[in-house]
Design a protein around this ligand. Sequence first.
Ligand code: NAP
Length: 263
Amino acid sequence: MEEYPEQRLKDKVILITGAGSGIGKASAIRMAKEGAKIIVNDIDQEKIDEVVNIIKGFGGEAFGYRADVTKKEEVVAMVEAAHEKYGRIDVLFANAGIADYAKFVRMKESFWDHMFEVNTKGVFLVTQAVVKKMLKYKVPDDQLRGKIIITSSRAGKDGQEELSAYSASKAALIQLKTALAKELGPKRITVNAICPGTILTPIYGKDVTRENIAGIDGKVALNIKQGVGDPEDVAGVVAFLASKDSDFITGQAINVCGGTIFH
Ligand code: NAP
């Protein structure tokens, strides 16, 4: 595409979960523009179709697949379908997630369980299904077998009030990333996480605007966009982590948060 003449991701096959909206959608579009073939996963077929149409509309390559990341059979079938279609998955962006607020003392057990089911177990299921395949790929000794990128959150490093279940579910992903980077590094698979701050997406509700979520972070170091990032700000970092430019980075949790935390 003219917008990205370097085509860093040319012919790379990239599976993105939760790609029907927000950060996943912006990353699907960005990486398709950089030449990747995108497997667009979401739980909602209409949102998948919209993203696939956008990508095909600019001459990109995309394949939509509806699956609930909490259902092992659906996840395994999706990974099989991706291999039937493209023969491999070079990069997994395990991004699907949910968020919701609750005061800790009033939180129902089902609320806690659901948060972990989607945000933590969902990443486990998708990553395991993809890594099982990646380990079988034959690649030259000086090349990576694959890359895993996991969407954690700033809240996974710096827990937020009334987001205790969400913060804990995302913190687990940061240590999953570290453990997997160590376990899979010898097999030449990199594993990194991103920790977005406040990003303007429908996760905050359909009527969210920059104005009505600005200020929830207090003081921000970077004085642009009122401290609220756009999905495209995260997509650029994801594209970098998916590209060869980041081959020597593994086991990191990269903040994309406009300078709201520094660890
Ligand atoms: P989003 O716009 O709501 O996108 C998430 C997508 O994942 C939605 O289309 C959602 O569908 C889908 N999804 C939910 N459950 C799923 C499941 N079981 N299987 C497959 N897909 C499922 O939210 P976003 O802000 O882009 O969030 C993407 C990721 O970034 C999440 O992991 C989130 O926790 C993380 N994050 C976001 C922010 C932020 O400020 N936006 C900050 C830090 C981290 P439904 O809409 O039907 O649920």
